[in-house]
Design a protein around this ligand. Structure first.
Ligand SMILES: [Zn+2]
Length: 316
């Protein structure tokens, strides 16, 4: 049986615009992602379900591509019997675990200090708190990982595709080449690799390196159509990935040239790269900067050194 994929377009209060949730009708009625927790989103969600002769009561399970608020907030609307399925790293975010929130702050304060960002403790706390504004309080009932199959839709193969989020999963229907990609690859914007607090005692993940590996993996898969989290459906993902790689290379080269002129902190670089955006979108732009620095370090093109607890980078 060919799997029906129903696309629901849900408004978000974010610059990215609408987010898509998908309904899969197979042996189970499955919702993939569900939009932010706002009244507008709730209204759009319920109305569009109705247009497809469905209601919230028909949903058996929700599968998450990742933990960001615009993908999980409406979990709050789900009935208690609805199973939430996803990567285990969704759990502390979607449950809003207070211990984890504190860990995020405890990670961010010294890390940003090292990067030369003049942020006070209360500003870090505010930034962490803000990321939960449109999120939910829920739990992961069923943990899935690389190589698993979606229950109720056994031809969907589960892939771990980290980078944009550590919890990021994608789902490939091997029979049709349909690929539910979350925020892995979008037509409208290049999706950002984001910094995340590591597990206790672990090193920070290098999210841009992970992200590039995830995109490279897509090039080797028999994908026909990508059903993304935002923007248009993607039918020529090779071209789009090439474009993304080129843009990243250009940015890495710009940074390298800047570091050839003089050594700088990550924050200094961030202001040079994103002079207009950095204040408004500090976490996003710093994530991008740190990601590119990781790439340049890995390639041996730059080196880092510490002075008085602050890290400086220079070109080799
Ligand atoms: Zn996202």
């Amino acid at each position: 049986m060919k799997e029906d994929i129903i696309q629901l377009s849900i408004p978000t209060p974010f610059a990215v615009g609408d987010v898509y949730a998908y309904v899969l009708k197979g042996e189970a009625v499955t919702l993939v992602d569900c939009g932010p927790m706002t009244e507008e989103a709730e209204h759009a969600f319920v109305t569009q379900l109705k247009e497809h002769r469905l209601s919230i009561d028909d949903i058996d399970q929700v599968v998450l591509t990742h933990h960001h608020a615009d993908h999980v907030g409406l979990l709050n609307l789900m009935k208690p019997h609805v199973r939430v399925i996803g990567h285990q790293l969704n759990e502390p975010y979607i449950s809003q675990d207070p211990v984890f929130k504190q860990r995020q702050v405890d990670f961010m304060i010294p890390f940003f200090q090292q990067l030369g960002v003049p942020l006070r403790q209360n500003e870090c706390e505010k930034m962490v708190k803000q990321s939960y504004t449109y999120s939910c309080t829920s739990h992961v009932d069923e943990i899935i990982k690389e190589g698993d199959r979606l229950s109720g839709h056994e031809h969907f193969f589960v892939m771990e595709t980290p980078g944009h989020a550590q919890s990021h999963l994608s789902f490939l229907d091997e029979r049709t080449g349909n690929f539910i990609g979350g925020d892995l690859l979008l037509t409208t914007i290049s999706s950002n690799p984001l910094m995340e607090a590591p597990d206790e005692g672990e090193e920070r993940q290098k999210s841009l390196l992970q992200y590039k590996a995830s995109l490279n993996r897509l090039l080797r898969l028999p994908i026909k159509t990508i059903y993304p989290g935002h923007g248009q459906l993607i039918t020529s993902h090779h071209e789009l990935i090439e474009e993304r790689f080129k843009k990243q290379e250009k940015r890495a080269n710009t940074m390298y040239q800047l570091l050839k002129q003089k050594e700088m902190t990550a924050f200094h670089l961030c202001r040079k790269l994103f002079p207009v955006m950095y204040e408004e979108a500090l976490f996003l732009t710093m994530s991008e900067t740190v990601g590119q620095l990781d790439v340049l370090l890995e390639a041996g093109r730059i080196e880092e050194m510490q002075k008085d607890g602050i890290v400086y980078y220079r070109a080799n």
